[in-house]
Design a protein around this ligand. Structure first.
Ligand SMILES: N[C@@H](Cc1c[nH]cn1)C(=O)NCC(=O)O
Length: 429
């Protein structure tokens, strides 16, 4: 499987259907965030039980990235994506019908499993259907357009939960799965030449050796740390802590806080194509863009956290826009992974890289909760000072991630000249 020299027209149709499946996966992933209160009432949950839904889903997603990458390299993206769409549709149906907390948790595990099978399939399809120069742009468009699923989850799903009730709202959402499954089976082929192109069967030793080979490429590690360092701040805000931080620490109304959180997705969707263009035309500077993004995110947070009293609205808008733009920067990680690995290891390398941002998000979300609890032990509510201290744990992740990006970029640059990288390869050895 190598990229075609020119992009066939059919590639856009294949990508459109695969992207729609990814949008649906992001929609299902995000559809719990707007249902927190309803879930608390339906299953009689405490706050930490509610938080378990989000953490469990992230854990399942991150934990499955490497196995799913291997499955794609072995069975092809069409087969794995088919399994993914069936799995998350069953999960969402089960969530609609769940009547107890354990049933609902199991349903979220299925949603997380199906979700984990989607994104790297789309990346693999992009790599097989598009001409090499177009791949960075389409990869970026995939990542940022996929976030539209989060917007659909926020607005129409809130309406549906209020108007149709829990069971009908989630059943209707699950109903989109079979429709897209039919389109997928009809339109999506693994490559322009093959409907189904499986890889070679591999023994356990060969699988381990292949993963080792991917990880030993400095470019895969550089991709992992870029994905680790850039998007987690947006996840921290959007997944759990943004709303209470903006309301308690910055004194915003519920509506203003909700609007700012939606602005994250708008910034993500808008900045993706620009970054895609930059990455496609200046591959040598990919890691510089990532380092600049980490610096800009940390600097903006610093001004917000150091501002005496409530930060002004323009500064909070800047914060969510900068965090939103950092999301697409994480896609640079996949591009570095693509140019550092042969086609038969592409999906497993993407799986390794895709873990980065989700591991960082899990660590950040959990660490912020721990610091908040420690600083407000016994108090009825969180305080602005506690939030300032808790949000500061992000500096540890930025510092560690930026250090690792710097180390691996030095290693790649020591071993490969600029003309080789600009020629489209960062594979070493
Ligand atoms: N980095 C994200 C995608 C992204 C792009 N822009 C903002 N976020 C990512 O890795 N996504 C994987 C997924 O399954 O969504």
């Amino acid at each position: 499987m190598t990229a075609p020299p020119t992009t066939p027209r059919r590639a856009w149709l294949v990508w459109g259907v695969a992207l729609a499946v990814y949008v649906l996966a992001v929609f299902h992933r995000s559809s719990l965030a707007v249902a927190g209160l309803a879930a608390t009432e339906r299953f009689d949950l405490s706050a930490s039980q509610l938080g378990t839904f989000a953490v469990l889903q992230l854990l399942v997603y991150a934990g499955l990235q490497i196995p799913v990458g291997l499955l794609i390299d072995r069975f092809g993206p069409r087969a794995v994506m088919t399994t993914g769409i069936v799995t998350f549709s069953i999960g969402q149906t089960a969530f609609a019908l769940a009547s107890s907390y354990p049933e609902a948790l199991l349903a979220r595990v299925l949603v997380g499993t199906g979700d984990a099978m989607t994104f790297i399939c789309v990346l693999r399809l992009v790599n097989s259907w598009f001409a090499p120069r177009t791949i960075p742009l389409v990869t970026q468009l995939t990542g940022s357009s996929g976030q539209v699923g989060a917007i659909i989850a926020a607005v129409p799903m809130t309406w549906a939960l209020g108007e149709l009730g829990w069971t009908t709202a989630y059943l209707v959402a699950a109903g989109a799965g079979p429709v897209l499954l039919a389109a997928l089976l009809l339109v999506v082929h693994d490559t322009p030449q093959h409907r189904h192109l499986p890889g070679q069967p591999m023994s356990r030793q060969a699988l381990v050796a292949s993963l080792r080979a991917s990880w030993s490429q400095p470019g895969t590690r550089l991709g992992f740390w870029i994905h680790f360092s850039t998007p987690f701040s947006a996840h921290v805000l959007a997944l759990l802590w943004g709303f209470p931080f903006l309301v308690v620490s910055e004194g915003l109304s519920d509506t203003a806080a909700g609007t700012l959180l939606s602005l994250i997705v708008v910034a993500t969707v808008a900045s993706g194509p620009v970054l895609g263009w930059v990455v496609g035309n200046h591959p040598w500077h990919r890691s510089s863009v990532a380092l600049g993004t980490v610096a800009a995110t940390a600097a903006t947070w610093t001004v917000v956290l150091a501002w005496p009293g409530h930060a002004p609205l323009w500064l909070l808008v800047l914060l969510v826009v900068v965090c939103g733009c950092a999301g697409p920067t994480s896609m640079i990680g996949f591009d570095v992974g693509r140019t550092s690995n042969p086609p038969e290891r592409m999906a497993s390398a993407s799986g390794i890289i895709n873990q980065g941002g989700f591991v960082a998000a899990l660590v950040a979300v959990a660490a912020i909760g721990v610091v908040l609890d420690l600083m407000t032990a016994g108090a009825a509510t969180y305080t602005p000072d506690a939030f300032r201290a808790a949000m500061s744990v992000q500096y540890l992740l930025w510092a560690f991630g930026a250090l690792q990006i710097w180390r691996y970029r030095q290693r790649v640059r020591r071993l490969l000249g600029r003309e080789v990288v600009e020629g489209g390869s960062t594979m070493i050895g």
